[in-house]
Design a protein around this ligand. Structure first.
Ligand SMILES: NC(=O)c1ccc[n+]([C@@H]2O[C@H](COP(=O)([O-])OP(=O)(O)OC[C@H]3O[C@@H](n4cnc5c(N)ncnc54)[C@H](OP(=O)(O)O)[C@@H]3O)[C@@H](O)[C@H]2O)c1
Length: 319
């Protein structure tokens, strides 16, 4: 099968096209024929081997064998199932998250039946389904599971035009919150169309000087700090950064000191969020923003674009 591999950390050019043996599903696994996958900021970080401490998991000097084919999100068709598989059948259209196993930048991917994937709603295409998985489920984890956002709250989404951000704006608005976003001016109209009632342009102004106060600040791109946001958080407010080791320390500290809390973590098990996503896309209540689409053969170009930090929503790879 065709796949894209990286055998060393570095720039997009470390990615090479490869011909690998097609995987064979174990007893409890399904084999998915991948039709669409994506390039996310998170896996561009994996490709660069950043942050450096992450190499303890990814491989100290070079990526370990199990992660040399990237690809966190996928949509495709079940091609074969192991004898113990009960939930899925050959021919099912499915979409989901490969997690630490990565591997969706390939024509085929085997996954245990209990992995984070589910059937696709009718009428939704493979590119939209693949591009919805990680951004939506991560935004759901932070806003729903960690912060329990509810009607009447005021929520600020930093990085509102990114993958997690475009879903975060919509999830908070669907919960009945008043949503503001932070992005550059060129993306303000998009972010408003997703449900934000005010947009701060980070290239011309500082949201901390806007006079607004928030119950929740969700920094999807970790461009702010808790120290900067604390003065504009409500006394029982919540700061949600998606990355940063130091934020884990703040989370422990603020759990005992009182005042605004820091909550962070990793969205790994995505079953509940995928079920929500399935229904919301089926009802056309969530919009999937796709910036660009590339064939698998042009994945280096896709990584270059995502590395720019300027992608809007999601970048899709068709397989
Ligand atoms: N904790 C978890 O479970 C988890 C899961 C997945 C991902 N992550 C992490 O989440 C991060 C974000 O991922 P993503 O895919 O959503 O990002 P992304 O799509 O790459 O974000 C790109 C967007 O960021 C905006 N941006 C850039 N600088 C900004 C600034 N200073 N202020 C506000 N917006 C800015 C850009 O908008 P403009 O061009 O308009 O500025 C662009 O549209 C990554 O670091 C990833 O590792 C964490």
């Amino acid at each position: 099968m065709r796949a894209v591999m990286f055998r060393a950390y570095g720039p997009p050019e470390v990615l090479t096209q490869a011909e690998l043996p097609a995987p064979v599903p174990k007893d409890d696994q399904v084999l998915v024929r991948v039709h669409a996958t994506t390039v996310t900021s998170a896996e561009c970080g994996m490709r660069r081997g950043e942050p450096r401490w992450g190499r303890v998991i990814l491989g100290l000097r070079r990526p370990r064998r199990g992660i040399r084919v990237l690809g966190l999100e996928f949509a495709g068709r079940v091609d074969a199932v192991g004898p113990l598989v009960r939930r899925h059948r050959v021919g099912d259209r499915v979409f989901g998250f490969t997690g630490f196993a990565v591997g969706a930048n390939a024509e085929y991917k085997c996954l245990p039946e209990k992995a984070s994937f589910t059937t696709m709603p009718d009428g939704v295409g493979y590119p939209e389904a693949a591009a919805a998985v990680d951004g939506f489920t991560t935004a759901w984890y932070f806003l729903h599971t960690l912060a329990r956002v509810r009607a009447g709250q005021k929520v600020l989404v930093i990085g509102a035009s990114g993958s997690i951000g475009t879903y975060a704006v919509q999830i908070a608005a669907l919960a009945g919150a008043e949503v503001h976003g932070v992005c550059s001016g060129r993306n303000a109209e998009l972010v408003e169309s997703l449900g934000a009632t005010r947009v701060h342009d980070h290239t011309v102004s500082d949201f901390t000087a806007s006079g607004e106060r928030y119950d929740v600040i969700f920094d999807t791109v970790t461009r702010s700090t808790f120290a900067r946001c604390r003065p504009v958080l409500a006394p029982r407010g919540c700061y949600l950064p998606t990355t940063g080791l130091v934020n884990n320390v703040h989370a422990l500290r603020t759990a005992v000191t009182g005042g605004p809390r820091v909550r962070t973590g990793m969205s790994v098990r995505k079953h509940e969020a995928l079920a929500q996503l399935h229904d919301l896309i089926a009802q056309q209540r969530i919009r999937v923003v796709i910036d660009r689409s590339y064939p698998l053969s042009e994945i280096v170009e896709a990584h270059r674009y995502v590395d720019s930090g300027r992608k809007v929503g999601n970048v899709v790879i068709t397989v």
